[in-house]
Ligand binder design. Sequence first.
Ligand code: GDP
Ligand code: MG
Length: 597
Amino acid sequence: TELDHIRNFSIVAHIDHGKSTLADRLIQLTGTVAERDMKAQLLDSMDIERERGITIKANTVRIEYPAKDGQTYVLNLIDTPGHVDFAYEVSRSMQAVEGSLLVVDASQGVEAQTLANVYQAIDAGHEIVPVLNKIDLPAADPEAVKANIEDVIGIDASDAIPISAKSGLGIPEVLEAIVKRLPAPKGDRNAPLKAMLVDSWYDPYLGVVVMIRVMDGVIKKGDRIKMIQTGALYGVDKLSVLKPQMVDIAELGPGEIGVLTASIKQVRDTRVGDTITHEKKPCDKALPGFKPAQPVVFCGLFPVDANDFEDLRDAIEKLQLNDASFSSEMETSAALGFGFRCGFLGLLHLEVIRDRLEREYDLDLITTAPSVVFKLHMKDGEVRDLHNPADMPDLTYVDHIEEPRIKATIMVPDDYLGDVLKLCQDRRGIQMDLTYAGSRAMVVYDLPLAEVVFDFYDRLKSVTKGYASFDYQITGYREDHLVKMSILVNDEPVDALSIMVHRDRAESRGRAMVEKLKDLIPRHMFKIPIQAAIGGRVIARETLSAMRKDVTAKCYGGDATRKKKLLEKQKAGKKKMRQFGKVEIPQSAFIAALKMD
Ligand code: GDP
Ligand code: MG
């Protein structure tokens, strides 16, 4: 395809503003997918994405569009995830395209991730076409949202296109705008091959599939290629475009986006941002490349049934074939036995992986408290990364501890501002900025990541009835007075429940935790002390009194089926129990105990 007949673009938006629905309409209106194969959020291929209605991996589709000028254009759309954990996916796909559709819900206006994502597009030098979605809603106010876009983002919104991705209204105008208002890619067909490795994933039938954007030159099936950063050499086995299913193609020239397979063993062998060139006639300069995504949240994953350990190991290996940003290391816990310490890009990433392990591999798992990476400055000058509170060394060897801090941007209607400020303050936040756009406030806080990883989103949502939006970036490390708090159940330390906590918060956190555990642990035939301690010092204590456990007692008479049901239920519950010394703790207690409120 000639360069001037190609348009590459992404869609950026806050979560739920309608990116995926718009992508569906673009695909549908251009007949890219046969009507009978059409389903909602077509590009969201993973089950979890469909169920939760979120886009996790960026997805790509090539659309052929016969424009009003009589010419047919190739449009390459990259749908990006809107969630903060996957910001990294957004930034890399931005580099592969020249323009963005900025989708803003006309009944909501600009939200925190609208801002974060559009800034990434602006940084990548994109031309931006604002699109006002959901104008079918009675609450839609396109004029106010135009002003809001100009006000908060600072781009011209006078030509914003009003649409309803749901009904299809305005979609033809969006297609025309893509052709008319977004620039064609640039590139030199006769120069040596230079292609960007945009993404890679594992396909059970094809092995590793690599998505590329050709900058210069031409790539063909059978070519010998070289990845400049890794130095690896491969032969191109298959070259395709995504429609969105793979359709083979003879060659890809400048400006084009497609996928290749080349007998690559693991996703780890590919480096996103790497430059692909020909082995024989390489390009002289590599593309700048991206910095690799670093896991920022760690937790332990343990099988409820110790016999499932090997299955868990297999499942983790399989998932890692596809997701190089998720790390794992074997871990042993006195309380939980053998498991893995895993690292994730954020809390949602953690939940997605845990869900997939439980669902796709049929495993019952215990997840320990999510923890950030602390930096331990030892007295001998060594600096250590602490991924697991259980590995905290004796304090006499530690000079000081640093923790990661974030810059959090929260947008919220005026009415809820007070609650948001209180929440941030409670989480050791330092207010950096507070501005208004109409009746919405934008507040910027410097917060410890550790205070955000567990349930900050949940709390934020509940105190603002879902009206706040949130985005963050990690800014660096800072020293603070951090300690390890241990939990003892029946005088046995439950290592999976230890957490790193600020000294000033330790008492209240410890108190909340033992109170919760008292409710969460079923009564036993003996009384059970539950304690929180720092070092050898107990800072909070509760006692669970003894009880005779006879669940069927309350089913009087001869109702045998009811009795049977109860016993079955109890048995199922057992499966999710874990033995600690003489005490059984249900799996649900681990997560629940670590929630703060
Ligand atoms: P994404 O998170 O930005 O990909 O958003 P989705 O495309 O998944 O849409 C989020 C929700 O908004 C879904 O329930 C859609 O059905 C709904 N939605 C999307 N576009 C429209 C629209 O134009 N009008 C209305 N009323 N709802 C829409
Ligand atoms: Mg989506």
